[in-house]
Write a new protein. Structure first.
Length: 340
């Protein structure tokens, strides 16, 4: 049995081309699960706020599971066989420093990693609405469930990974503003050692929620929510001038073969889309999503030979959106505002 997502990626990255050939067997579904551990129901019933969102999990050296529940603001301990559960640690809300939003803000624990040799756990927090910058952090949870700050002053963290040297990599989901929502391209990967920031090793993607390392610890993988892509990058040198990687830019330079124009911007009644493509028979999908990732418009299997497309906006509300052209050759994105 695989013990972790990192172990899975290590096996995946070692496969050769013949190993990756398509197979005819159907993908597994929930009906194929050999065991169901209902952490959500337990956590909901044990919570102080009647909420549960099991966000991530890790096993310790004994195979015991520890689940970060973003809804109940707690860590749930689950025995190896899944039959016994308990609330292992709780995260307390903090006072909202601005007049917008609730008086108290939830910490929202998200990613969790186990420190080797029974050193406890490191847990990232996202924080709830109004998603203020600088209010998230990394917390140490010892083997008795005591919570203490490890590194504070961070923003909207959703995942964490640790290499064999105990370097920490955290994923900043993005940044948020009340006027524009989550900002496109505001994801970051931050490297940390001994409770101190070493460098920002990647930026310019996402928002993106997930991060993991390969088995050898020399590459990291991050997910980009709005583009629906998984980025891979080598762990850069620690010199700040050489280490920053703009993942979204790198992906566009290597992959995309056409250009996209969307206008007027801002738009009121419609958005006109034009594109140029080197091949006349490219098929792609057109999507328009808001800054929360919700799809407001979608047209599939569009032929690039007719480079004009109009989206009527009568059903859409004011705000910022992303227009996306997606094909097996890549994704082109343009941000556009709707003002009504």
């Amino acid at each position: 049995m695989l013990q972790s997502w990192e172990e899975f990626l290590g096996i995946w990255s070692s496969l050769t081309l013949p190993d990756l050939c398509p197979v005819t067997s159907a993908p597994l579904t929930l009906a194929d699960a050999v065991q169901l551990i209902d952490v959500g129901t337990f956590s909901f019933n044990a919570s102080d706020n009647q909420d549960s969102d099991p966000f991530s999990a890790v096993q310790d050296e004994d195979g015991v599971w520890f689940v970060a529940d973003a809804g109940s603001n707690s860590i749930i301990r689950v025995s190896r066989n899944g039959k016994n559960m308990s609330v292992f640690a709780k995260f307390s809300p903090f006072a909202n420093p601005i007049p917008v939003g609730p008086p108290m803000v939830d910490p929202v624990p998200t990613g969790i990693v186990a420190i080797p040799k029974y050193g406890g756990f490191l847990v990232t927090t996202l924080t709830g609405f109004p998603f203020l910058g600088g209010k998230a952090g990394i917390y140490h949870v010892d083997r008795s469930g005591n919570v203490s700050p490890y590194l504070l002053g961070l923003t909207l963290l959703t995942d964490i990974a640790m290499d064999k040297f105990k370097n920490i990599y955290v994923a900043q989901f993005g940044t948020f503003s009340l006027a524009g929502g989550f900002a496109f391209g505001s994801g970051q990967v931050i490297k940390i050692r001994n409770g101190k920031i070493i460098d920002t090793v990647a930026t310019g993607y996402g928002p993106g929620s997930g991060i993991t390392l390969n088995a050898s610890g020399d590459k990291f993988y991050v997910t980009s929510l709005f583009t629906g892509e998984l980025f891979e990058s080598g762990i850069p040198a620690e010199e700040p001038a050489n280490s920053l990687v703009s993942l979204e830019t790198r992906g566009i330079e290597n992959k995309l073969l056409w250009s996209l124009t969307a206008y007027p911007n801002p738009a009121t009644d419609f958005v006109q889309i034009n594109w140029t493509a080197p091949d006349k028979d490219i098929r792609f999908d057109i999507e328009m999503v808001d800054m929360a990732g919700r799809t407001w418009y979608q047209q599939n299997n569009v032929n690039s030979s007719n480079p004009d497309h109009r989206i009527q906006l009568e059903h859409m509300v004011s705000g910022n959106y992303l227009v996306k052209l997606k094909s097996n050759q890549g994704t082109e994105i343009q941000k556009i505002s709707i003002r009504k």
